[in-house]
Design a protein around this ligand. Structure first.
Ligand SMILES: [Zn+2]
Ligand SMILES: [Zn+2]
Length: 237
């Protein structure tokens, strides 16, 4: 008995579909000929015994749709099609992960800047083949971020003391704020979350480039070291 695929697909059916899909994708990648009809029959001889050829075909296109949404490569013979429901999409992604095609967590939105950067670094290793849809209405996290109480006096002092000159590179601030103050950022040389203090002996005024360099550059350690050398006010903590 075959149906038009209107009945909800079971996990076992989805798992079998994804397994075969990845097998076919691998064949296509390695430039080998792909007999879609043969794989379709193979599925209906197994887990998908109750599905019609068209229904199997449509499910394959669903899997392509999930991959396309993630900017991942999909089988050319199965152009993305259909609105995949949230639940089914999650199930398909789970099986794609089991098949080694992706890591689900890499695609999950995060409120943490640090986690975001780590995910970005991983995803950039992939050849992103399409433009992501993104989040039209970003959700404000309800979780209270763990923030430190900062001393405004320390920040004011650091900025005033810098007189508009970056303490990292010695260049003037890149622009002035609306109120006329030169724009520099205050950085804690030993991060607060590494138990660094919020004192002038642990804070510097930096231009945005030098600031990012401290946090992200391959030479951040050396650069941070140079801050201590250049600014005798700073004390290693
Ligand atoms: Zn600088
Ligand atoms: Zn910083």
């Amino acid at each position: 008995m075959t149906t038009q695929g209107n009945e909800k697909w079971t996990d076992a059916e989805l798992a079998a579909s994804v397994t075969i899909y990845l097998e076919m994708l691998e064949l296509e990648r390695s430039g080998q000929p792909l007999n879609k009809a043969q794989f379709n029959r193979q599925l209906r001889d197994g887990q998908l015994a109750s599905r019609s050829p068209g229904s199997v075909e449509f499910r394959m296109q669903n899997i392509s749709a999930v991959l396309a949404e993630l900017c991942l490569e999909w089988i050319k013979g199965y152009p993305p099609r259909g609105n995949v429901g949230t639940q089914t999409k999650a199930t398909i992604m789970g099986f794609l992960q089991a098949g080694g095609a992706l890591v689900v967590d890499d695609y999950e939105a995060t409120e943490s800047e640090e986690v975001l950067e780590a995910k970005v670094a991983k995803l950039m290793l992939l050849e992103l083949s399409s433009t992501p849809a993104g989040i039209k209405k970003p959700i404000r996290s309800l979780r209270e971020a763990s923030v430190f109480l900062r001393d405004p006096l320390v920040k004011a002092w650091i900025l005033q003391n810098a007189k508009g000159i970056c303490e990292g590179c010695g260049d003037p601030a890149p622009f002035k704020l609306a109120d006329g103050r030169p724009f520099l950022e205050v950085h804690h040389v030993r991060p607060l979350k590494a138990k660094g203090s919020d004192c002038t002996s642990n804070a510097v005024a930096l231009c945005p480039n030098c600031h990012r360099r401290c946090h992200l550059a391959d030479d951040s350690e050396t650069f941070t070291h140079s801050l201590y050398e250049k600014n005798l006010r700073l004390v290693r903590e």
